[in-house]
Design a protein around this ligand. Sequence first.
Ligand SMILES: NC(=O)c1ccc[n+]([C@@H]2O[C@H](COP(=O)([O-])OP(=O)(O)OC[C@H]3O[C@@H](n4cnc5c(N)ncnc54)[C@H](OP(=O)(O)O)[C@@H]3O)[C@@H](O)[C@H]2O)c1
Length: 306
Amino acid sequence: MHLSRRELLKAGITAGAALFLPSAGLFAQAGPLLQRRIPSTGESLPIIGIGTARRYEAVTTEVERAPLREVLRQFKELGGKVIDSSPTYGTAETVVGDLVSELKIRDALFIATKVSTSGREAGLTQLERSFKLLRTPKIDLIAVHNIRDTRTQLRALSELKQAGRVRYVGITTSFEKQYQEFEQTMKAETLDFIQVDYALDNRKADQKILPLAADRGMAVMINLPFGRGRLFRAVHGQNLPPWASEFDCSSWAQFFLKYIVSHPAVTCAVPGTAKVEYLVDNLGAARGRLPDAAMRRRMESFIDGL
Ligand SMILES: NC(=O)c1ccc[n+]([C@@H]2O[C@H](COP(=O)([O-])OP(=O)(O)OC[C@H]3O[C@@H](n4cnc5c(N)ncnc54)[C@H](OP(=O)(O)O)[C@@H]3O)[C@@H](O)[C@H]2O)c1
């Protein structure tokens, strides 16, 4: 059974009443989102956010914007906060900035973007452009994209942080060949966040990077949680294993996301989300039980055996 939020609200079922819902499916629609703390401040964030690469990158018409407006509106309504963007994602910062401003939901969100260039002047110019496009005087998190010109850009970010214009700073990668340099940077710098690729079929980050983040007190945002859709292709045509219900999982997206966010070092994941249907599904991974260590091993064996 699947009820929309509107139908649930009509029936008088709100987040507060979720405990009385008769089935896990309904619970998944209405419960509060699970949260994790950012180690450097203790601030809590919902464990599932939204990534804006690709589907937000070439949006020029109202017809293209309308579904994204609905995604962002419902994201906030359902308790979502974290939106990840980048100046390298075409129109993404513009679209997020315009829609968030139109919907008047800026204060409810945690907006993350990146700096992705070389040289101090180029970095500062790009950063100022992000403030303008995102239409906000304060950005929650800015990370050095793919550790490009890291030391120079981190210095500029630290100045912005001291000036109160950026709340958190960090670094990102999604390339295994950068992991060694990434780890060295994590050891050498004081960072609030790291962002790295991690997925049920791409688990290399859990060897060194995730434990190091826990040791260093850094929040972890996970990119490419579905491997750009690769995981959905891997299970195409297959039913969920019956034991997925043991951790309140009712879709493949939730299976993949619950694996990620059940890693104790992970703060949140940012699946690329441009459809309301996907949004509701993905936020379901932030409700109910999460797999424990033994169940996580079982999930790994399942995917490795495909
Ligand atoms: N180095 C970096 O800093 C870096 C690198 C890569 C990504 N990122 C960040 O990570 C985010 C996520 O990466 P991504 O968007 O490229 O890949 P992803 O999240 O691994 O996968 C997105 C794909 O999953 C599909 N999808 C999403 N929710 C679904 C659902 N519930 N059911 C079925 N399919 C679903 C989407 O389908 P449709 O195609 O139909 O929409 C899309 O093709 C990016 O948006 C970006 O913010 C950062």
